[in-house]
Design a protein around this ligand. Sequence first.
Ligand SMILES: Cc1cc2nc3c(=O)[nH]c(=O)nc-3n(C[C@H](O)[C@H](O)[C@H](O)COP(=O)(O)OP(=O)(O)OC[C@H]3O[C@@H](n4cnc5c(N)ncnc54)[C@H](O)[C@@H]3O)c2cc1C
Length: 346
Amino acid sequence: MEPQNEVITTDVLIIGAGPVGLFAAFEAGVIGLSCQIVDGLDRIGGQCIELYPDKPIYDIPAIPSCTARELVDRLMEQIRPFDVPIHLSQRVMSVEQREDHRWTVRTEHGMRFDVAAILIAAGNGAFVPQRLQVPEAAALEDRSVHYSVARLADFENRDVLVAGGGDSALDWALALKNVAKKLTLVHRRNGFSAAANSVVAMKRAVEAGEMDFVVGMIDSLDAHDGALRSVRIKHVDGTTDIVADKLVALYGLVADLGPIAEWNLDVRGGRIEVDTSNYESSRAGIFAVGDIAQYPNKQKLILSGFHEASLALRKAYSYAYPDKKRVHIHSSYDAKLAERVQSGAA
Ligand SMILES: Cc1cc2nc3c(=O)[nH]c(=O)nc-3n(C[C@H](O)[C@H](O)[C@H](O)COP(=O)(O)OP(=O)(O)OC[C@H]3O[C@@H](n4cnc5c(N)ncnc54)[C@H](O)[C@@H]3O)c2cc1C
């Protein structure tokens, strides 16, 4: 986790390390703005990595075909010369404009940024885990009910129930069975969306008696003194109570505009309204680009987001350096940029 007390001063804070946020960091570097990126997830890449890493993309200019993961790798390579700090697992929460017109931005885990402009490249919003839909779950969260596994040691010698049928659920069930007293995987059907080799490994582990597999849905949780004791599973034949003191629900991620919805920006249909001459929102100094931006005929395409970021940052420059006139230079004639790219470092 990042240090919590230090205030980080930079020209632009980019919210979102999806393809558009990453390209924005390159554009910022090209026009002479310092920037830092924050993302609520623990890895970069946004939808490209979360939703379709191995699918081919065909409509990135001058790249006839690459997978979504390759695109993210290439973007990272492109921004490497600018040495842009990327802070992960830092969902942005609040924003406040000070009297000197600069902004203070705070994240969920206590990071603070002092910036001249904010570029929101938050896609569909922050990805958050899909939570259990049983009323007892909220009070047990973190102590007995989990939506991710931070440390295997927390599950050592415990009765663990993992719920879900995707890659995360199967991968974590296979890892947790090695430390748990007992591991039960629960999924609503006997078919999985996880990789075929994980399904084979899970079935082998069940046959070998290393873990149990139950088809059904979580119906209710039984807890005592704030600690989980058992989980009631509903299935075609009725219900079964499974002893468990740890429940890990891995049902995938859902996108949520979350705290950005409270920033007094004009928002329509969960997206931020912008002026298409510079992709500035209704609050001067806050820009929205990529999938989160809303304007007539908006296309949710990566290339549209690249263009939007490029124009937004040119306006952001005037907030960071109000007394300087920015001179446009084509990258092919930019000697400083050429030197930086060739040396590969900032
Ligand atoms: C299956 C699929 C296939 C696609 N194929 C194509 C294609 O072929 N060509 C194409 O052009 N487009 C394609 N798209 C669309 C493309 O992926 C999106 O347009 C693109 O990802 C938008 O990029 P972005 O950076 O704006 O947002 P995202 O990729 O959504 O990234 C946003 C990031 O912001 C972070 N974030 C959100 N809120 C916060 C917060 N409060 N604090 C911190 N971080 C936050 C999120 O965690 C996320 O990492 C496809 C989409 C899907 C789902």
